[in-house]
Each structure stands twice: as C-alpha cells, then as structure tokens.
Design a binder for this molecule. Sequence first.
Ligand code: FES
Length: 101
Amino acid sequence: MKKQPYLVTLEKGKNYAWCECAESQTQPFCDGSHTKVNKRNENLVENLQEISLISEDSQKLIAADTKAPVVFSADKDTEVSLCGCKESNNAPYCSGAHRNI
Ligand code: FES
C-alpha cells in the first residue's frame, strides 16, 4: 500500500477497477487479489469458530468486510489522482485522507 495517490491517465469510455483490498500487484488497479483476501477471512472465521474464539457479532463484522474492487469509468480522457492509501472517503479518487495517516 502506498500512502500517496497514484496519478493516472484515464481514457474516455474505458472501464477501470480500483483495488480496495490493497493487495493487488498492479496498484491502483485490481488484479483479483481480493478473492484471496476474502478466502483468507473466511478461513479465519472457520478456524476461530472451531476453537470457539469468535462471537456471532465478530463473524458478522468480518463478513461485512468483504473486499471488492470499485468499478468506474471515465467520461472523458483525463488525468486523475486515485487513492493509494485505501482510506479515501471518495474512492477510487484521492480525498486527501492520506495526509492524516
Ligand atoms: S491516497 Fe489520498 S486519500 Fe488515499
């Protein structure tokens, strides 16, 4: 994860998938790594259930944290700052939140 935005050029009409999970090797774009993150979380819940170390509320919290890319498109050829810190409140775009990390 990078604690700064990525300056990227977007092409009009093209679809993009911004990485939410921070594990993509093609930042700031998705490479499918979120599926491994989600599977790892599922396995963690199952393991914790087996040893009775997780409450139902905790299970729901982990389940609600399922990662998925943010799919978006550009309405014109443009240069934008995409979030690299994964803390933006305007994802996939940088909101300046990285300044507080
Ligand atoms: S990089 Fe700026 S808000 Fe994430």
